[in-house]
Design a protein around this ligand. Structure first.
Ligand SMILES: Nc1ncnc2c1ncn2[C@@H]1O[C@H](COP(=O)(O)OP(=O)(O)OP(=O)(O)O)[C@@H](O)[C@H]1O
Ligand SMILES: [Mg+2]
Length: 501
């Protein structure tokens, strides 16, 4: 990355980070009779979030044809949706993982359909492209498309990222909208779309190749073979397992986990997928856990618990199914997938998870747009974003189809930004930008480097409205990490750089 990358106000538009719906949402509210009258003046309750479909007038002007592709992993759901995307004259693919968006952009470009890649961390613009592959937070809800795909739609129920899926679902103005994912999402999606005027068709899929849970755990590391993927959830364990396997001298391991820089993640996954490379074993976190088509023959769970930002918790049934579903992908060199673990006691959980349906989704994530927060803030003079957010969320009224996103981390960021002379809009953008700079590994204000980076960045921005990378890094101070702590530090510094792009 060049050292003179700048952030300008105009660089952020029409995505989750934009206020493109500002005028529109006010207009909708004015016509929806959601006011109460007091002393002759109309009073609007901006904390009333019971009709979020009205926030997206461009999509509401269309009668969208929605196709729900549902079924188990490796059943061709995304494949079918992408076929339609490829045939369309313009379109967007929205996925939950940066690696998935990258896989789709690569596939479309290879099929001579020029396709941009836009994630929270990078932008690769292709000349003449009318298609985009994006991470869902970057979906543009102001742009008309022939066709849109939202992959892994069951993520709509995710506590932290669900709201971005809801926004894409309600907001993308596409003639044809394809939703791919687990059947557990069907009733909720039907309910949510029952008020939009869209048509919905559900298509059910079956697995294309078998996935077999093993009856025994991995006996020893000498049983590791080409095509194995060991799954663990901390950086420490990833490198420990890599070293353990490589010390035997028979295999080299690629590593993929969320806080690795995106280019590195891509390179590691490509090396593993490339049959001519010596890197024939993968050690990965759930950064590989959804939708990806890697050359994996066997998934080996090294643990069945993960830290979710707040606490250690057992993996959920959908998570186990998703991760296990990376083995034996149809069309890969392994026609049958296997799943096992290191610890014998974990076998029953794997077995039962693969054999039971995921729990039906009850509600979808929702978060107020900037427009609503802004209107709400007008009756709270001299109050910062932190307090506005806190009060707004506390007073928010929701229909039973929705829950409000957990914004603990956002409040911490907002509290830092409230000390600075920047506009409410800029604060809101900073908060979202900060939270999105680590997909699947949420940015964390407890990370000292990240929180200091944010503070420094926001200070520079408040002073000059423009930030040069060299103003928040001292050039020449970065070195190759020799310890786990140094590696973590470097990853955090890399994340700070995403605030700049
Ligand atoms: N009809 C088909 N012809 C050729 N290849 C196919 C076909 N359907 C699916 N595939 C291939 O099978 C693999 C799995 O398909 P796909 O990624 O669509 O599964 P999925 O149901 O979306 O799985 P997941 O739930 O894990 O995302 C991919 O490599 C895809 O290209
Ligand atoms: Mg898929």
């Amino acid at each position: 990355m060049a050292s003179f990358l700048l952030l300008r106000r105009s660089t952020v538009s029409h995505t989750l980070f934009s206020n493109a719906n500002f005028a529109a949402s006010i207009c909708i509210y004015n016509t929806s009779r959601q006011f109460s009258s007091s002393t002759g003046t109309m009073k609007i309750d901006f904390t009333d979030l019971t009709r979020p479909h009205t926030w997206y007038p461009a999509a509401r002007r269309k009668k969208r044809n929605v196709f729900l592709h549902v079924g188990p992993t490796n059943s061709g759901k995304t494949y079918s949706a992408l076929k339609r995307l490829e045939q369309s004259s313009s379109g967007v693919y929205c996925g939950p993982l940066r690696l998935l968006a990258w896989e789709v952009a690569k596939r479309l470009n290879k099929a001579n359909v020029p396709c941009d890649l836009i994630t929270g961390q990078e932008k690769e613009i292709v000349d003449g492209a009318r298609h985009k592959a994006v991470t869902v937070e970057m979906a543009d809800v102001s742009h008309n498309y022939d066709c849109a795909v939202i992959d892994e739609i069951q993520m709509i129920g995710c506590r932290s990222r669900g709201f971005s899926f809801t926004r894409a679902l309600l907001g993308i103005p596409a003639d044809e909208l394809h939703l791919c994912g687990d059947a557990a999402a069907v009733p909720l999606i039907q309910e949510i779309l029952s008020v939009t005027g869209d048509s919905i068709e559900v298509q059910y899929y079956d697995r294309l190749s078998p996935l077999v849970p093993s009856k025994i755990p991995l006996r020893s590391f000498s049983d590791i073979r080409t095509g194995d993927c060991i799954v663990t959830f901390s950086r420490r364990n990833i490198y420990k397992l890599k070293k353990r396997i490589e010390d035997d001298g028979r295999h080299l391991c690629s590593v993929v986990y969320g806080s690795l820089p995106p280019e590195t993640r891509t390179r590691q996954a490509t090396m593993f997928n490339d049959e001519s490379s010596e890197f024939d074993v993968l050690v990965a976190s759930d950064a590989i856990g959804m939708g990806l088509n890697l050359n994996i023959s066997r998934i080996i769970f090294s643990e069945m618990e993960k830290f979710d930002g707040l606490e250690m918790r057992p993996l959920s049934v959908p998570e186990i199914k998703q991760i296990a579903g990376r083995a034996g992908r149809y069309g890969s060199k392994f026609p049958v997938g296997e799943v096992t673990c290191l610890d014998k006691k974990d076998l029953p959980l794997i077995y039962s998870s693969l054999n039971c349906p995921s729990p039906i989704l009850e509600s979808a994530g929702l978060f107020p747009t900037f427009d609503l927060l802004y209107m709400y803030s007008r009756s709270h003079v001299n109050v910062g974003l932190c307090q506005i957010l806190e009060e707004f969320v506390e007073n928010a009224k929701l229909s039973e189809n929705y829950f409000i996103t957990n914004c603990e981390e956002m409040l911490k960021v907002a509290a830092v930004l409230d000390e600075l002379p920047i506009s409410l809009h800029d604060k809101y953008l900073f908060c979202l930008r900060f939270l999105c700079c680590g997909h699947m590994c949420p940015a964390d204000m407890n990370d000292e480097i990240l929180s200091q980076g944010l503070t420094q960045f926001a200070h520079q921005y408040a002073k000059n409205r423009i930030v040069r990378l060299k103003e928040i890094f001292t050039p020449g101070t970065l070195k190759v990490p020799k310890t786990q702590a140094e590696l973590k530090e470097l990853e955090s510094i890399h994340k700070v750089s995403f605030l700049v792009i």
